[in-house]
Design a protein around this ligand. Structure first.
Ligand code: B12
Ligand code: SF4
Ligand code: SF4
Length: 341
């Protein structure tokens, strides 16, 4: 068994549903932006800069910082030669209870915070690599560092980048959360994933705010996930003209992911920590609206929902209540039409 095979076997034993390896090399690759082939990390840099120049990152100032570092794993881990990308299936097969009076929480936040779940497994994987190759340097991330995780997961064969810009897996559909270990080891790479979107545009059409401005590109400033989670600093307001598009969504949004036909064959997760609680499956707006900050901290201690902060979640709940009271604020009233170019 090669070192790469041994590492992938261990990743599966630890409970990762998908694992693959990509190599950092400087060979030129065709570009989707123009006809100048260049190394993959250079392509990522150009895409990232184009995205930032359009202002699509909104108030996420950390996305602007050192784009060359975010695009090039070699500047995050000097001497980085390979990336071991991992994915965990969080699809549970449950449906949210959207009867009147309930808000909606994005699926990735139904169970325990995925950062902790993946972190524990990534640390174990890193420990195994250290045993097998004591001289290797490694560094893991799960949404926690300057690494473009979707692109590397696609290069490692975990799936392809769908037109909603997330990684889609033929086996798990839209429901993979990603992490990775960067390493100085030269590991045998897997084949990159092939784009199977074809002429489908379902996710682009499903977006209630037109945030998918063109296939594969999301303007975060219009994305309900950004509005309900990332806009949480004092003074951050959800633009009034976008409020009604939130409908009953109080944390994140799954509309573009839900629309994907590759979910039809997706298998439910084996990980009990991703299972929803009654609160996350059917969050009562009136209960949440009267929740104290102390109760918020206690209730969401182990949940990704903490990221919205108390004031952000309550603001979202108030908007959802107003939307429920006024039919003209229903999400089907789409003020934006997606650009289908
Ligand atoms: C910033 C961020 C956000 C922002 C911006 C989203 C975005 N699309 O960039 C906001 C807050 C909106 C967000 C929302 C969500 N996020 Co988020 N987010 C991130 C984060 C931290 C960075 C992503 C990034 O680098 N964006 C910058 C842009 C430049 O990159 P990009 O999307 O890859 O876009 C480029 C490509 O599409 C490429 N491109 C253009 N044309 C073409 C053509 C082809 C053929 C190809 C291949 C590429 C390509 O160029 C684009 C730039 O123009 C990552 C974690 C990480 N460190 O990677 C998680 C991450 C992407 N998020 C994740 C999740 C789960 C979500 C949500 C589903 C959560 C929810 N349910 O509410 C939504 C999905 C919204 C959506 N449709 O994207 C997961 C995605 C898992 C997966 N299977 O892909 C990640 C990887 C976190 C994780 N560790 O699992 N997120
Ligand atoms: S998460 Fe929602 S708002 Fe954001 S791009 Fe997808 S459908 Fe649009
Ligand atoms: S909904 Fe269609 S276009 Fe969007 S990711 Fe899925 S297959 Fe691709």
């Amino acid at each position: 068994m090669t070192l790469a095979e041994r590492i992938k076997q261990e990743a599966q034993r630890l409970g990762f549903d998908a694992v693959g390896i990509s190599r950092i090399d400087g060979s030129p690759q065709p570009s989707v932006l123009d006809d100048r082939p260049r190394p993959f990390h250079q392509l990522l840099y150009d895409r990232l800069c184009a995205w930032i120049e359009r202002g699509y990152h909104g108030a996420m100032a950390w996305m602007e910082r050192a784009p060359h570092r975010r695009a090039d794993p070699g500047s995050v881990l000097p001497g980085c030669r390979s990336i071991i990308s991992v994915g965990m299936n969080y699809g549970t097969g449950h449906r949210a209870d959207e009867s009147p009076g309930h808000g909606r929480i994005a699926r990735y936040a139904w169970g325990r915070d995925y950062h902790g779940i993946l972190q524990a497994k990534l640390e174990q994987l890193e420990a195994l690599i250290r045993t097998l190759a004591p001289n290797a340097c490694t560094r893991w991330y799960v949404d926690t560092g300057p690494v473009m995780e979707k692109a590397w997961a696609q290069q490692a064969g975990l799936g392809w980048i769908g037109k909603h810009s997330n990684l889609v897996s033929a086996r798990y559909g839209s429901w993979l959360l990603l992490g990775e270990v960067l390493t100085t080891l030269e590991l045998e790479p897997d084949e990159p994933g092939t784009d199977l979107c074809g002429t489908c545009q379902l996710c682009v059409r499903a977006c209630p705010t037109g945030a998918i401005t063109e296939p594969y590109v999301v303007d975060a400033r219009r994305c309900i996930s950004y509005l309900t989670i990332e806009l949480h600093k004092p003074g951050d307001e959800i633009p009034v003209e976008l409020e009604r598009t939130l409908g009953n969504r109080i944390f994140g949004c799954d509309d573009c992911l839900d629309a994907c036909p590759y979910n039809l064959a997706a298998q439910p997760t084996q990980e009990s920590a991703f299972q929803p609680s009654p609160l996350t499956l059917a969050p009562s707006l009136s209960t949440l609206e009267t929740m104290s900050e102390r109760t918020f901290q206690d209730t969401f201690r182990l949940s990704a929902i903490r990221r919205a902060k108390y004031s952000g979640l309550l603001r979202n709940v108030r908007i959802a209540r107003r939307n429920a009271q006024s039919p003209s604020r229903s999400p089907s009233d789409r003020p934006f039409s997606a650009n289908m170019s």
